[in-house]
Design a protein around this ligand. Structure first.
Ligand code: GEK
Length: 247
């Protein structure tokens, strides 16, 4: 499938609407996320590698907020554990539709992949089956802050012994100087990836009402409050990090 370049915010908009995961975004999403999230390809591939260490036989692996299924595909490339299956969930119908096409293409190219089910739905309403790996790859930041703890508690209860949650998030920094520095460095990353000042500014105002990042400390404390016993950050690039949380 052709990869379209992200030019969504390249021309001046009279009013910048709130960011939504609609068809326009779906069309450019692989390019957008790679040019916007430092470390994204490394994180995605290594979620597969990590998941292979935590996957337990006869359990479900969840990719929550799966978008186009990049994590699902990585899980299927790396996990060989017996009788596992992957469930990918997203509440954007445009994402789910395209994700299903990508997974069909993966099925046609490789054999012996884990079975996969793509569901359109709200991860806050999900009835979890016993799970050994649950990935929230840059999804929790789009959940209303007051609902994050309840979701993580339900995830903790779904995890079997030996399993893990892999949580990736954009970070906020409590120290204003650190926050400004890391924000500026992230803007430099986007500029280096070909985004103009206008694109950076318009994307920022589109996303600021819908995406609310927390600090690493807030994430850690919330995970412990949800019943996880250990939180191990395993990757950070600028203001983007990924953690392993153990039940
Ligand atoms: C990746 N994980 O490529 N229920 C289900 N899906 C949701 C909900 C919800 N309540 N809220 C938001 N989403 C992916 C990237 S993107 C992150 C994840 C980003 C979905 C939303 O529709 C979108 O597809 C995804 O979460 C967030 O590894 O674009 O920065």
């Amino acid at each position: 499938m052709p990869r379209q370049p992200d030019r969504l915010f390249a021309t001046p908009l009279a009013e910048v609407p709130d960011f939504a995961f609609n068809e326009d975004v779906v069309r450019v999403f692989p390019d957008m996320i790679k040019r916007s999230v430092p470390g994204y390809p490394t994180i995605v591939e290594n979620i597969g590698v990590l998941a292979a260490q935590f996957a337990q036989p006869d359990t479900t692996l969840y990719d929550l907020g799966s978008s186009l299924g990049a994590v699902t595909q990585a899980l299927r490339r790396h996990v060989r554990t017996e009788s596992c299956r992957v469930v990918a969930v997203d509440n954007s119908s445009a994402m789910v539709e395209r994700c299903s096409e990508y997974l069909k293409a993966q099925d046609s190219m490789f054999q012996e992949l884990l079975p996969v089910e793509v569901r359109e739905g709200d991860i806050l309403q999900l009835q979890f089956e016993p799970a050994s790996v649950i990935a929230l790859n840059f999804t929790l930041q789009f959940i209303a802050p007051e609902q994050r703890l309840a979701l993580l508690s339900r995830i903790r209860h779904a995890l079997v012994p030996g399993g893990a949650l892999i949580l990736s998030e954009k970070l906020r920094f409590d120290d204003p100087e650190e926050h400004t520095l890391l924000t500026d460095l992230h803007i430099a990353f986007k500029r280096a990836n070909g985004y103009s000042e206008l694109e950076i500014a318009q994307k920022r105002s589109a996303i600021e009402n819908v995406m609310k990042p927390d600090s690493l400390q807030e994430n850690r404390e919330r995970l412990l409050a949800a019943g996880f016993s250990k939180v191990l950050p395993w990757f950070q690039c600028l203001n983007f990090a990924s953690m392993i949380a153990l039940p």
